[in-house]
Design a protein around this ligand. Structure first.
Ligand code: 2IT
Length: 444
């Protein structure tokens, strides 16, 4: 594989799609060695096929706001790869969403879903609609307008969307309600549903819980554990909440959360009712964390990122590229032991390279945050079987899956000097599974 030639050709075809080219570049660089040991891949242009989505739907989403004005947003669904199973992946509603964002997320999702050991292909969708400051009625009307176009492209055995940034239980409820009416069926076409209508226990917590299970595994490999470790978390949404909850349960001390307005530092630890307060902050729809500082009498750092604090563990839980090379240098200078991306592509490629160069335990998003989609896979299974598993059953399966993903990363990522390159491990393990499935199914 001529990685640079492929990347240049891709850039010429998709100019300006920065995040997508970044995600592809990272994967290609790590699988190059393995790929070149398989001339049969080269012969069928496997990588050239794998980097392009199967198809993309783009549509206009018109809706009427509370003042009676017509608003127009863009909606997308990227069906990236279904070699392993139906397209599976979340919907992101955020002002920053572009086609490049959703292509990078769909590409990452393909490898992540392969790692979960469950039969799911990769997809992603969403809109540049910003839920910030919108009323409940506006959110509902937007969700209904969005699915009015999307519904015909998805189904329980073709493409199963879920939530992502800006899409939680409330939004999935509205989307699912309208979908059901349009499709005339009550099936598992969405995951992240409410518990009363087919949702799975632990799904809201799953991304954060799985992330902490993975971090525990990484620490264990070095004879360490999470007890009494200080932890910086970014974000304050669903993922950050689940991670803070589980980290605290296991004896870790979470000292930061953040929003677009800045971050708060709570030296006593964010635990108990403070974690519940995160849900209140999110429900307010204001998208800020400053009120936490006021309520609990701690410091708020406007327009700053939590990576400037001295901590043992750093967990990006917000959005892509939220931790750059300068942040990585600060964390390492402050003695960080472990960095786990619970957000998708939370670190820039330069930051990742720096952590690896310095021998820091670094877990990439497609492994660390796979617990969310894995639990979506468990929701699909429960829906197909028309049953509900208990909290303990789902949590035990999630835990096992995270242990398996960790083992795959170690198997493919352990270097001769004993250092585990989790980026390489996750990329190679995910790629080999997708590649074998594609090889078996011919040139399609
Ligand atoms: O990035 C992700 O893995 C998700 N947003 C969850 C996707 C899913 O289908 O549950």
């Amino acid at each position: 594989m001529k990685t640079e030639v492929i990347l240049q050709a891709l850039e010429a075809k998709h100019p300006g799609e920065k995040e997508y080219l970044q995600a592809v570049g990272e994967v290609l660089h790590s699988i190059e060695g393995v790929y070149n040991q398989h001339p049969e891949f080269e012969k069928v242009k496997l990588i050239e096929r794998l980097v392009e989505p199967d198809r993309i739907f783009t549509f206009r989403v018109p809706w009427v706001d509370d003042a009676g004005n017509v608003q127009v947003n863009l909606g997308y669904r990227v069906q990236f790869n279904n070699a392993i199973g139906p397209y599976k992946g979340g919907l992101r509603f955020h002002a920053s969403v572009t086609l490049s964002t959703l292509k990078f997320l769909g590409f990452e999702q393909t490898f992540k879903n392969a790692l979960t050991t469950l039969p799911m292909g990769g997809g992603k969708g969403g809109s540049d609609f910003s839920p910030k400051g919108k009323s409940n009625a506006e959110i509902m009307r937007f969700c209904q307008a969005f699915v009015l176009e999307l519904w015909k492209h998805i189904g329980p055995d073709t493409d199963v969307p879920a939530g992502d940034i800006g899409v939680g239980g409330r939004e999935i409820g509205y989307i699912y309600g309208m979908y059901k009416k349009l499709a005339g069926e009550h099936t598992g076409t969405f995951t992240g549903k409410g518990l009363e209508f087919g949702g799975s226990l632990i799904r809201p917590e799953a991304t954060g819980f799985g992330g902490i299970y993975f971090v525990e595994n990484m620490l264990k490999g070095k004879g360490l554990n999470i007890i009494d470790k200080t932890i910086a978390i970014s974000g304050f949404g669903n993922v950050a909440w689940g991670a803070a909850l589980k980290a605290g349960e296991l004896g870790g001390k979470v000292v930061t959360i953040s929003g677009p307005d800045g971050y708060i530092y709570d030296p006593n630890g964010i635990s108990g009712e403070k974690i519940e307060y995160m849900l209140e902050l999110r429900d307010s729809g204001d998208d800020i964390v400053a009120p936490y500082a006021k309520k609990y009498g701690v410091e708020f750092f406007a327009d700053k990122k939590p990576w400037q604090q001295k901590v043992d563990i750093a967990l990006p839980c917000a959005i892509q590229n939220e931790l750059n090379l300068d942040d990585a240098k600060t964390l390492v200078a402050n003695g960080v032991t472990c960095v786990g991306e619970i957000s998708n592509m939370g670190c820039t490629n330069e930051a990742v390279d720096f952590f690896i160069e310095k021998g820091i335990l670094f877990g990439p998003g497609k492994a660390v945050n796979a617990g969310g989609v894995a639990t979506s896979g468990l929701e699909m299974t429960q829906n197909a079987m028309h049953i509900s598993w208990t909290t303990d059953e789902v949590d035990a399966k999630l835990h096992q899956i995270m242990n398996d993903i960790h083992a795959q990363c170690v198997k493919y990522g352990k270097q001769p000097n004993g250092y585990v390159n989790y980026v390489k491990g996750a990329n190679i393990a995910g790629f080999m599974k997708v590649a074998r499935a594609m090889m078996a199914q011919g040139i399609i």
